[in-house]
Design a protein around this ligand. Structure first.
Ligand SMILES: [Mn+2]
Length: 401
């Protein structure tokens, strides 16, 4: 073959290839996926295992005590002992495993990834004490075997690629029967968290209560498959949760518009906006939420975006919206939900300590978590009746006549 024919053939082949590739690109809808996301595909998982234990000292499975009350040798959530592996969780019969998921790429601004460190870092956190919660006379630390399970690995350059390791860590905890409590991190986490729990308890077998100023069911505009504005849509579209078992609480402001509300109605989702609370009052709406939670599947998951609380109490968050819930409204609701229902997972997300003047948000986040842990402890003790208060706390000390 002479050189001229060779180059002509090679040129034609190149032209054909380029044309085919351009045709293919021209056919791609810009709204379509540009980053492949399949949390079950290990090739897309940057972490081959959740943790590298090769260099660990040999030890028996179980809890690792890292200090004692008030004098932690190493900081952990609520000063709890540490567990590192699924064998540790099983050996110690752990009830609750708390882990950090330091993701802020789902928001696009730095900050929520520091949430777990901030919660571990404060010494004056509600629930640090071994004393009972005054309202109900139950000390969660005495009733529950709870551990700090470390942080999930993440890929700091990709929220998509950080989803699989979080989902596997949730699954690893749930498989032992323990309750995973995930400290975010931004709200993209609701997707791997709920999917991980549904992997264990079965798709459609878990109800979700989503506390948030925002509805977080945005569609994948611009090719972004997951962000802190989209987890709810993915969970419903992929069938991890049925719409009728999904309850939204605290929506306000300007998102979603009509289209989003219609989408929620088409999917039989239930929602309780601040407008409903303004019209009917908190006590009535709180009872509706509690009744709806019981009118669902056997298992319940709670996703708590700290921005559902009024920003005067939780200024340290990325997308604050005024006129939200007060701690005095939401604390008893969380405590009661966690005592009345078979809770299988809880997340606290969107805490951003970098914009938290005075540690106000960290404080309220810690106390909020302690309400949930107290509710779980009440259930373990057999206290599940609604509106339970410790008689010692609420009854007057009438002097003898
Ligand atoms: Mn949210």
């Amino acid at each position: 073959m002479n050189k001229h024919i060779y180059w002509t053939l090679l040129g034609s082949f190149w032209l054909l290839t380029v044309t085919a590739a351009q045709d293919e690109l021209a056919g791609v809808d810009p709204d379509d996926e540009v980053i492949y996301l399949d949390t079950s595909d290990e090739r897309r998982d940057p972490w081959s295992s959740l943790r590298d234990t090769d260099k660990d000292a040999k030890r028996d499975a179980g809890l690792i005590q890292i200090g004692r009350l008030g004098r932690p040798g190493v900081r952990s959530f609520f000063g709890l002992p540490v567990a590192l592996t699924q064998e540790d969780l099983r050996a110690a019969n752990v009830d609750v495993a708390i882990f950090g998921a330091p993701i802020d790429m789902g928001f696009g601004y730095r900050g929520t990834g520091e949430g777990p460190s901030a919660l571990r870092g404060t010494l004056r956190l509600g629930g640090l004490s071994n004393l009972p919660h005054m309202h109900v006379g139950v000390a969660w630390k005495e009733e529950l075997i709870a551990v700090d399970y470390g942080n999930s690995p993440i890929d700091v350059l990709s929220v998509e690629r950080s989803m699989p390791p979080v989902r596997r860590m949730v699954r690893e905890i749930a498989e032992t029967g323990a309750i995973p409590v995930i400290i975010g991190g931004d709200h993209s986490l609701e997707y791997p968290n709920v999917a991980g729990v549904a992997d264990v308890y079965g798709a459609g077998n878990v109800g979700v209560i989503h506390f948030d100023a925002h509805f977080d069911a945005g569609d994948p505009r611009g090719g972004h498959l997951i962000s802190h504005a989209q987890p709810v849509r993915k969970l419903i579209d992929e069938g991890h949760v049925e719409g009728k078992n999904f309850i939204q609480v605290g929506l306000r402001g300007y998102w979603p518009g009509e289209e989003g509300f219609k989408w929620m109605r088409e999917n039989d989702m239930r929602y309780h906006t601040m407008a409903e609370i303004e019209r009917d009052g908190w006590d009535i709406v709180m009872d509706r939420i509690l009744n709806e939670a019981l009118d669902g599947p056997e298992y319940l998951y709670i996703s708590f975006d700290i921005d559902v609380i009024d920003p005067s109490y939780t200024p340290g968050t990325g997308t604050p919206v005024p006129a939200g819930l007060e701690p005095r409204e939401v604390f008893p609701l969380i405590r009661t939900l966690c005592s009345e229902n078979n809770l299988v997972g809880f997340d606290l997300v969107e805490l951003n300590p970098l914009v938290d003047p005075g540690y106000t948000t960290v404080m309220n986040s810690g106390y909020l978590l302690a309400e949930c842990l107290t509710g779980i402890a009440m259930r373990k003790k057999g206290i599940t009746d609604r509106g339970y208060y410790s008689p010692l706390t609420v009854e007057d000390n009438e002097p003898d006549p």
